[in-house]
Design a protein around this ligand. Structure first.
Ligand code: ZN
Length: 134
């Protein structure tokens, strides 16, 4: 069995991480799939998907501060659209995550959450969720 769905995300600033864990879990529940995997994917070139701590927002702030140090927006890049830092950050973070599903639940660790990572906002974005299993 497989179900594909889309989660709509509206980001509020240039860099904006949105916790989509509950929205993905809802897609798992609506799929009726008990055992399998969920693939969470962004069809964008300046956004990514990652899994990290969602209990303390300082963790996300630290990750974004370090990414900004490593990949400054204000240096010169070949790509003239002005969002090269966003493209590079998106490639480092990656476009998808795969999560096991066990007994209709995402198998995440206690402190783990799934984040949509905006690097060229604010924008309206889409996240594809494909749930596979039985
Ligand atoms: Zn660009």
């Amino acid at each position: 069995m497989a179900q594909k769905s889309i989660i709509e995300v509206s980001t509020k600033s240039k860099t904006d991480w949105i916790d989509i864990t509950k929205a993905v879990q809802e897609q798992v529940e609506s799929s009726g799939i008990k055992e399998g995997i969920a693939v969470v994917y962004v069809p964008h070139t300046t956004a990514g998907i990652t899994i990290n701590e969602h209990a303390d927002p300082a963790v996300v702030a630290d990750i974004n501060d370090k990414l900004a140090d490593l990949i400054p927006a204000d240096r010169s890049y070949s790509h003239t659209e002005g969002n090269s830092d966003g493209h590079i950050k998106a490639s480092l973070i990656g476009t998808s995550q795969t999560i096991f599903i066990s007994n209709k639940e995402l198998e995440l660790g206690t402190w783990q959450g799934i984040f949509f990572c905006e690097f060229d906002g604010p924008r309206n974005r889409k996240v594809y969720v494909k749930v596979l299993g039985n």
